[in-house]
Write a protein that binds this ligand. Structure first.
Ligand SMILES: Cc1cc2nc3c(=O)[nH]c(=O)nc-3n(C[C@H](O)[C@H](O)[C@H](O)COP(=O)(O)O)c2cc1C
Ligand code: SF4
Ligand code: SF4
Length: 267
């Protein structure tokens, strides 16, 4: 079994660790570690994805990766898509990309976890229950995968859903200003924002921090900065909006950049 994941603030890694308890032989591979490869072959009989929702859809980096992934037509494919509020058309989008490659998504599993989008915050008091419910729901998912269960995909894929998704992305990027990244004077040039960036989009020097135009929108740089020095346009962290998964470290997130890395670190 091969499981592909993508993360910014660690929720995907926490889910993968729970899956690992159920599937000891599963191999976990970071989607970010495939940057630059044109086509990726995988002939396993079971393939899984663990990815977040962005703008009621799958992240662009995930869409791009899956479009380059060549799977067996008879592979059993499942996906865990986690979200703060709503996953919208994410499962149907993923299935669409798989179908273009001659496969399909047999099982889609949504898991609610704290929202890292800063705009939409998950109350701190609710977060511990969400984390512990996640472990229970992953056990149910593992049973469904073991049975090779196939069920109708959650969510909908209508023209309105597509429009909502595009409008949400526009609001975040251009109005709220996720495209306008900078750091404030409290930055100590420690380099962590560059290290956690899954797509090498941040360059830190002694007197500067420069963001490129290849952002995967994972929000790792803003949440992991120890000084809270990163700003995305109007967005800045507060005690209520700062979030990283409590069982995941910055080192775990950094490891997803390493070629074909597995999930590591101590839960
Ligand atoms: C740019 C961006 C867009 C997001 N859009 C949504 C969304 O449309 N719906 C939702 O429920 N959560 C959304 N989220 C929240 C994440 O899907 C959620 O917090 C996820 O568990 C984070 O995963 P990670 O910790 O593995 O990075 C968004 C987060 C980001 C950074
Ligand atoms: S992580 Fe924060 S303090 Fe460190 S270099 Fe980046 S912006 Fe500056
Ligand atoms: S620049 Fe920040 S938000 Fe963009 S991909 Fe890198 S870490 Fe994620």
């Amino acid at each position: 079994m091969n499981i592909y994941y993508f993360t910014g603030t660690g929720n995907s890694i926490a889910i993968c660790r729970e899956l690992q308890k159920n599937f000891e032989d599963a191999k976990f591979t970071s989607i970010a570690s495939f940057a630059g490869r044109t086509e990726i072959g995988d002939d396993s009989d079971v393939v899984g994805f663990v990815v977040p929702t962005y703008y009621m859809d799958i992240p662009e980096i995930v869409r791009d990766f899956v479009s380059r992934l060549r799977l067996r037509p008879d592979a059993y494919v499942f996906a865990v898509i986690h979200y703060g509020l709503a996953y919208g058309r994410a499962f149907h989008s993923l299935n669409g990309v798989l179908e273009t490659g001659g496969c399909k998504l047999s099982l889609g599993w949504g898991i609610a976890l704290p929202d890292n989008s800063i705009v939409f915050k998950t109350a701190l008091a609710k977060q511990p229950a969400m984390h512990s419910e996640m472990t229970g729901t992953v056990s149910e998912l593992a049973a469904a995968v073991s049975d090779r269960r196939s069920v109708p995909l959650p969510g909908r894929n209508s023209a309105i859903m597509g429009l909502n998704s595009r409008m949400g992305a526009f609001m975040f990027r251009k109005v709220i200003g996720v495209d306008r990244k900078r750091v404030t004077e409290v930055c100590t040039h420690c380099g962590l924002c560059s290290d956690v960036c899954p797509v090498n989009n941040v360059t830190v020097s002694e007197d500067n921090v420069v963001f490129g135009d290849n952002c995967a929108e994972c929000f790792a740089c803003i949440h992991w900065c120890p000084q809270r020095a990163v700003r995305f346009g109007l967005l800045k962290l507060t005690d209520k909006s700062k979030y990283t998964n409590p069982v995941v470290s910055a080192a775990d997130v950094i490891s997803q950049n390493e070629a074909l890395s597995n999930i590591r670190g101590t839960p």
